[in-house]
Design a protein around this ligand. Structure first.
Ligand SMILES: Nc1ncnc2c1ncn2[C@@H]1O[C@H](COP(=O)(O)OP(=O)(O)OP(=O)(O)O)[C@@H](O)[C@H]1O
Length: 302
């Protein structure tokens, strides 16, 4: 068996230079042979959301979960946060079964701010379950509101903020507990393209300050390459890990310089083709079997 790559390892079908199976000793997050299915209310049929998923992530790694809709990306975040349990297999965070709490910061696509309290109150709320005193909570919340550049808006209510500002509040709230792990579920998917690029840079700035292990769900190949140390490529029906790719680009990565980098172009072409093939060969996808007349990177029309 090949040598595991640093920082992360998945039980996969490894391509050239990609990671094979096996756990990394001392990893912060470990999923071992996880199976998870769901039964929808009113339906006798169950959906196999994850099949035999194994993954080890070391401290300080920024990991993107990338793949088509329904391949189980969010399910992995929920398992790691202890919101749901696997049917079989194990999930360990810092060697223990995970439970929701201040050790993990969660950022959602839909912001999930409390409408009846202001920016400061939203961030302070995340500290409710900590042992900080009232004054310490306020001081900490204020510090994180400042850090995300919203000091002038500390007293503003969510309804007075733009989408980008709301997501900065959500980031401040996730970071304020100074968590060991940061879980982000398509956090920039409902933000306009320009703000999204600025938020990506902002996230990198904040993450670099502390380097919590980060799990970031995205549908965007560019976002995954821009942000991640490792990209976990997943496939649907059943949800599974196909391979784990070492991005291998130096930081900081400023998006426009990066796009011309040969490694960026290589990764982008490779990932785009794999995802396109996954979607077009998935009977559950809207694009199944359709001739989209797309060119591959080799110039072939498929
Ligand atoms: N609570 C639930 N009840 C029933 N089915 C569920 C539930 N949660 C997830 N599923 C199903 O499990 C599969 C994986 O879902 P999941 O949300 O993890 O995928 P995803 O890759 O995050 O998808 P997307 O990119 O569309 O958000 C999907 O088929 C989904 O419909």
């Amino acid at each position: 068996m090949d040598r595991p790559i640093d920082g992360i390892d998945g039980r996969t079908e490894p391509g050239p230079g990609r990671s094979p199976a096996g756990a990394v000793p001392g990893a912060r997050i470990v999923l071992d042979n996880v199976v998870k299915s769901f039964t929808s209310a009113g339906s006798a049929k169950s959906v196999l959301a994850l099949k035999d998923v194994s993954l080890s992530i070391e401290d300080g790694a920024f990991v993107a979960l990338l793949g088509p809709s329904g391949c189980g990306k969010t399910t992995i975040l929920r398992l790691v946060n202890g919101l749901i349990l696997p049917d079989s297999g194990t999930v360990r965070v810092s060697g223990k079964a995970p439970a929701p709490g201040p050790n993990a910061g969660f950022v959602f696509q839909s912001f999930r701010l409390i409408p009846w309290t202001n920016v400061l109150g939203n961030v302070a709320f995340a500290l409710s379950a900590t042992r900080l005193s009232g004054a310490e909570k306020t001081e900490r919340a204020r510090r994180y509101v400042e850090l995300v550049g919203l000091g002038r808006f500390a007293e503003a209510y969510p309804s007075e903020l733009s989408g980008g500002m709301k997501q900065r509040v959500a980031l401040a709230r996730a970071l304020a507990t100074e968590p060991d792990i940061l879980l982000m579920d398509e956090p920039f998917a409902s933000i306009d393209a320009q703000t999204r690029e600025l938020m990506q840079i902002e996230l990198m700035r904040l993450w670099t300050m502390r380097r919590s292990v980060a799990l970031f769900v995205t549908h965007s190949v560019d976002e995954a390459i821009l942000l991640a140390d490792k990209i976990v490529l997943m496939g649907p029906r059943p949800g599974r890990i196909l391979e784990v790719i070492d991005v291998g680009l130096e930081r900081p990565r400023w998006s426009y310089d990066l796009r011309a980098h040969p490694r960026y172009i290589e990764l982008r072409n490779y990932l785009w083709e794999r995802i396109r093939d996954l979607v077009m060969n998935d009977p559950g996808s809207d694009f199944y079997g359709r001739d989209l007349g797309v060119m591959s990177s080799s110039g072939r029309s498929d």
